[in-house]
Write a protein that binds this ligand. Sequence first.
Ligand code: AMP
Length: 480
Amino acid sequence: MCGIIGILGTNNASAELYTGLFAIQHRGQNGAGMYTSEGKDSVLKKDKGLIGEVFDESILEELEGSNGIGHVRYPTIGSNVEQDAQPFKIENPIEMGMAHNGNIVNYREMVEKYDLDLKSTCDLELILHVFAKELEKESEIDENALFVAAERTMDNLNGSYSVVTLIPGLGLFTFRDPRGIRPMVFGKKVNLDGTSFGVASENTVLDILGYKVLREVLPGEAILIKEDKSYQARQLKNEKTNHCMFEWVYFARPDSTIERINVYEARFRLGRELAKEWQKKNKKLDVVIPVPDTARTIALALAEELDLPYREGLLRNRYVGRTFIMPDQTSRETAVKTKLNPIIEEVKGKKIGLVDDSIVRGTTSKKLIKLMKNCNAEEVHFLVGCPPIVSPCYYGIDIPTQEELIAANRSIREIKKEIGADSLTYQNIDGLVKGIAKKKDQLCLACLDKEYPTKVREDIRDYFENMRRKERETVEGKKN
Ligand code: AMP
């Protein structure tokens, strides 16, 4: 998962991008970058690390221009190195910089088909080259050619991609995969300085920067916003949409609204639905405690529904990043310990309902249950806002290999035993869908029901598994 922003026509694009990227730092903590332009002049700066580490005042000053795109990176596939940081830029057939959020499933096939010699393992480099090759086929590179090239790019790519492109001297060009798997919104700001446009992964970016959100960039749509501030949108593909359910469950900010569903409200409903599952168990709890931060809303709604006290029993150290962003198991385990510390008085002698948004590998739940038991909790019942995650994600979320997923080959009873809980209650798929308040067939639930919205061939699944396994071994090898 990554975060993207595009800005056109403001006084100082890098200042807005800097503020905007902070608003989506949660979408990726591994690398950050900006590409800005004024007329035909452009500047690209990117590196590994957090926004605050990659950019300082002098770098921002170098990033001149009233237009720009920005990116925060979260690696799923591909190694964790500088050359994979985005945006990427190309000089032919015209200069342009590009950033994206998503993951391309048919990466190898495309590299072969277009005979590409890529310098990184980042699939954005692939998207950029496919788009550029398609653009090159046009006799004249004008506005129409951009849409034609985007449509052919969509014809060829299989996967998820919300893309933002800056073409110096021309404008901002953005497109979103036909399934709309990853989010992207489009907004406008009018003030005394004039009119500017923005696109971003989450509407909160635009809200914070004072842009009015006009609408989502539609699945299969491309929008060109020109330097003269006129814009045109074309619906290039019209397919069934499949928005990733995990945006509402875990990934997006609670104050964001995705596809017209506010994330906080969705999490609240998930808590209510989860309470219904718990009620079937006929067990007693003294208190509901969330695993901070994401699960707070789910736990709050659950406690309200069950008429139980809600308490903060785990203190989150806000200076430690999201557990998953750590690229290997060893650092992930250390991170859980340094990140969450129990408030013993809230735990001791109690029957606890510990609520988390999801269980992926089981690392967090296992550690926290042990921690609570060490603080003399009488019982720890684990409740999960998301149904069992049984299959990898090929569309950009770090939901890894079958062998790493705790629910892939275990029954709920076995998972309960493995994580050391007194009971384990999962949301069911209907409860999840009700909570998100979209129709089931509008969502991508592939990690829960193995129904991938695009074709993921068996050999591609094996390739991803092997690649992830190799990456894990490399990282773990380096540590030993
Ligand atoms: P795990 O410890 O592997 O079972 O992962 C579950 C924990 O990580 C939960 O506390 C979630 O809030 C968080 N989480 C779940 N999925 C992801 C993800 N794809 N990226 C980052 N964090 C995640």
